[in-house]
Design a protein. Structure first.
Length: 381
């Protein structure tokens, strides 16, 4: 019986060893297969783009494209050089750009696309179509609209940064922490939204203020064309009503030294119904967050009455802000920048020829707000 036991154990050990050998051989074969034909080049021998900007040449209405490229030096120093090409066709610009470069140019690693307001009002669809067909394009690159000459934004010098594109990427990616910005300002988001029924694009708007780059608002689009810019106060409310699962700070203030700050995360749900040929949209906002400053409601940490008063006041403030913005959106903007048309189209049918911008502008929109407090800090002292 002992001999049979040892024979069985030896048999299983041989099987395990053979399986390990087979796995090892498969791994080696796959490694050789994927490495075959791959060339590794040092970055010093490549032209690696960091940013891309697009404008309209004012004299002849040609496209003016600027691209910044990293310059690598010894001791890990990095700077950038910008080249500008003017042409009637976007597809010819890469051909012309290569005439200036002394190294192999690669694409797919750009940090930011920056469009001028003039080009954005002309329409961004032609560039989107070109990029959509190019598999080497980085579809996670962030997009922004700028005021003035877009080349000046791309060439703007920022201490400790090789170029402005790197800085702009960080600005947009980190803006979602405190101003209810979303993470939907990438090229892939534009691919999805530009032709979708009931959806409109919004993009961050950047300017040079006090010799610094600053997000000063949002650019609103109808289809592929920018139609207006709104300031940051309006943009914060729009983001609050438009986006789901975003963060921002709301402040209640009565006097200079009487205020309370609330850092909240949103949960947004929208439903739609149709009565007598008119649409009614219900936006249900649930805000859950932390009280980070409090000089307005004494004993809020221990007094349920103070807590209830805070929630009631904050609910009233958010609803009033929402009503003010909705009035502007429906009467002045006449743009469905909250993507409410998407909800109605999904319920009542797509491809019916309905202009959802006009429908939403003529609809009743009701906002319901629920305030929750998750954390109140360390308490009073």
């Amino acid at each position: 019986m002992d001999k049979n036991f040892y024979k069985t154990k030896l048999f299983y050990n041989l099987i395990i060893q053979e399986k390990n050998i087979i796995i090892f051989i498969v791994f080696i074969v796959l490694y050789i297969y994927f490495r075959n034909g791959v060339n590794y080049l040092p970055v010093e021998t490549l032209n690696i783009p960091s940013g891309f900007s697009l404008d309209l040449s004012p004299s002849d209405k040609n496209f003016s494209v600027s691209m910044s490229f990293y310059d690598y030096y010894e001791e890990e120093k990095v700077s950038s050089t910008t080249y500008t090409i003017v042409d009637r066709s976007l597809s010819h610009i890469i051909e012309k750009l290569q005439l200036y470069l002394n190294k192999k140019m690669i694409t797919g690693v750009e940090k930011a696309y920056i469009f001028s307001e003039e080009y954005s009002k002309f329409g961004i669809k032609n560039l989107i179509d070109i990029d959509f067909k190019d598999p080497s394009i980085n579809d996670t690159v962030v997009l922004a609209i700028c005021n003035g000459k877009v080349e000046d934004i791309l060439n703007f010098k920022i201490p400790s940064y090789p170029n402005a594109a790197d800085y702009i990427e960080g600005m947009i990616e980190n803006s979602k922490e405190n101003n209810f910005f979303s993470d939907h300002y990438k090229l892939i988001d534009i691919f999805v939204r530009i032709g979708a029924e009931g959806k409109n694009i919004v993009l961050p708007y950047i300017e040079i203020k006090d010799n610094k780059l600053k997000i000063t608002g949002m650019a609103l689009f109808k289809k592929d064309k920018m139609v207006r810019k709104i300031d940051m106060e309006e943009a914060r409310v729009m983001n609050l009503l438009r986006e789901d699962n975003v963060k921002g700070i709301l402040v209640l203030k009565e006097k200079t030294k009487q205020y309370i700050s609330y850092h909240a995360q949103t949960s947004r749900k929208v439903r739609c119904e149709k009565k007598g040929g008119k649409y009614i949209f219900y936006i249900n906002l649930s805000l859950n967050g932390n009280i980070i400053e409090n000089e307005l409601f004494p004993n809020i940490y221990s007094d349920p009455v103070s807590m209830k008063a805070f929630k009631s006041a904050m609910k009233k403030k958010v609803e009033e802000m929402s009503v003010d913005f909705l009035n502007k959106m429906q009467k002045d903007y006449e743009i469905d920048c909250l993507n409410l048309g998407k909800v109605a189209a999904s319920k009542y049918g797509r491809h019916t020829g309905v202009d959802w911008n006009k429908v939403v502008a003529d609809s009743k929109i009701i906002v319901n707000v629920d305030i929750k407090v998750d954390n109140m800090g360390r308490g009073d002292y």
